[in-house]
Design a protein around this ligand. Structure first.
Ligand code: B12
Length: 339
């Protein structure tokens, strides 16, 4: 297959082209719509592959929120679904048609009554909520040095884990929310994320001080996945508990990932997935590892995609899922100390 998308690049391109033609857009909006439609299709195909219409419906709800916040017409999403229904009904395979229709139906249902919440991720019951707000505001004002000093101050009175859990994580989520609601730009998000990565690196002297416990973790985001902060946090929490960690970061090609697992022979492998359209790739990867791996190991998964669709953890064949870095360490500890 000449592909670089889950459903086949050429097939997807042709489908997106036909859908755009059917939508009868002006030449200018045709160009924008084409890449949007390709993006919508990635979620749709993934939903069908995993028989999880919720992936597509949740995505369409998210897309509505994005358009509304930018005062753009949401009617384009309706025309997309109409065009899609026509296209799908012309397919040969009845089972295929039904699976796609189920996803379209679920999406329409959810789009009629969207349930997206826009509450802040920096909650009042966060013991460091004041500092988290301060940290976010500093970064949004481009004051990363001040933000770094704030973290240094906090470290004098609390454990590094609390900084991760109550400052870095909620601030990252909050930034995502502010981008979604069109209150900050992509540049703000890039700046804040880069600053937090820089500040995290300054904490490594504390992270690498725990006595070793003789267990190894390989941690990675899968191919195509650019979100790496979550899995880095997970890896650092293991390191803090004395595990030897081998952190591979974002966008890790499958072949080298499998090779690394063979070389390192970890007790646990942790895969992180943020974008829901990467879930089936993890499923294939886990299948492959289970089939070919020469030793026994535990595989855990996590990240935004699994948090939003928790049922998928079992479906991909993982041994466990955790919502947070702290929970991930607890799970792995249990798995590797079965008594
Ligand atoms: C920063 C960011 C980016 C950065 C990432 C940079 C980097 N170096 O990591 C960049 C700019 C690359 C990016 C790109 C995109 N992003 Co982005 N991004 C974010 C943002 C704001 C923060 C992510 C983050 O740092 N989270 C903080 C970490 C600590 O949280 P976490 O990942 O959930 O991890 C915790 C747990 O989940 C768990 N965990 C994580 N992994 C694992 C693994 C295991 C094994 C276990 C047990 C547990 C576990 O433990 C962690 C610590 O407690 C999120 C918002 C959000 N709500 O997540 C959007 C967000 C995920 N992005 C989004 C989008 C749309 C995109 C893009 C498509 C944008 C675009 N048009 O290009 C691309 C896709 C790129 C790709 N192919 O992967 C959307 C996704 C929405 C959706 N419906 O799918 C979000 C939700 C923003 C939003 N609110 O709309 N993004």
């Amino acid at each position: 297959m000449t592909t670089n998308t889950p459903n086949g690049y050429e097939e997807d391109t042709m489908l997106a082209e036909r859908i755009c033609q059917y939508m009868q857009l002006s030449d200018q909006s045709q160009r924008v719509a084409f890449s949007d439609v390709q993006f919508h299709l990635r979620y749709l195909h993934e939903a069908v592959k995993l028989d999880c219409p919720d992936i597509f419906a949740t995505y369409m709800e998210w897309a509505i929120s994005l358009l509304k916040a930018r005062q753009m017409p949401i009617s384009e999403l309706d025309s997309f679904l109409n065009a899609l229904s026509v296209e799908i009904s012309q397919k040969q395979d009845v089972v295929h048609i039904l699976s796609y229709q189920k996803c379209i139906q679920e999406a329409r249902h959810r789009m009629n009554a969207p349930s997206i919440q826009f509450d802040s991720f920096i909650k009042n019951d966060n013991p460091f909520h004041h500092a988290a707000h301060q940290y976010l505001n500093m970064l949004l004002q481009g004051k990363r040095q001040e933000a770094s000093l704030l973290i240094d101050d906090l470290l004098r009175m609390t454990h590094v884990k609390n900084i991760y859990e109550y400052i870095f994580q909620p601030v990252q989520y909050e930034m995502g929310r502010l981008w979604q609601t069109h209150e900050i730009t992509v540049a703000h998000e890039h700046y804040c994320t880069a600053a937090t990565q820089l500040i995290m690196s300054g904490l490594y002297k504390q992270i690498f001080t725990t006595p070793r416990i003789g267990k190894t973790l390989v941690a990675s985001a899968v191919a195509g996945e650019l979100h790496e902060l979550g899995i880095r946090m997970v890896s650092d929490f293991f390191e803090l508990e004395g595990w030897d960690t081998y952190y591979l970061g974002a966008n890790m090609p499958e072949v080298q990932l499998v090779q690394t697992i063979e070389e390192r022979r970890p007790d646990v492998v942790a895969f992180s997935v943020t974008m829901p359209y990467h879930v089936s790739a993890v499923m294939q990867l886990i299948k492959h590892i289970r089939k070919t791996c020469s030793f026994s190991l535990h595989i855990i998964v996590g990240g935004y995609a699994f948090k939003t669709h928790p049922g998928l953890c079992k479906q991909v064949g993982a041994d466990g899922f955790a919502e947070s870095a702290d929970e991930a360490v607890k799970q792995a500890t249990k798995m590797t100390n079965p008594s």
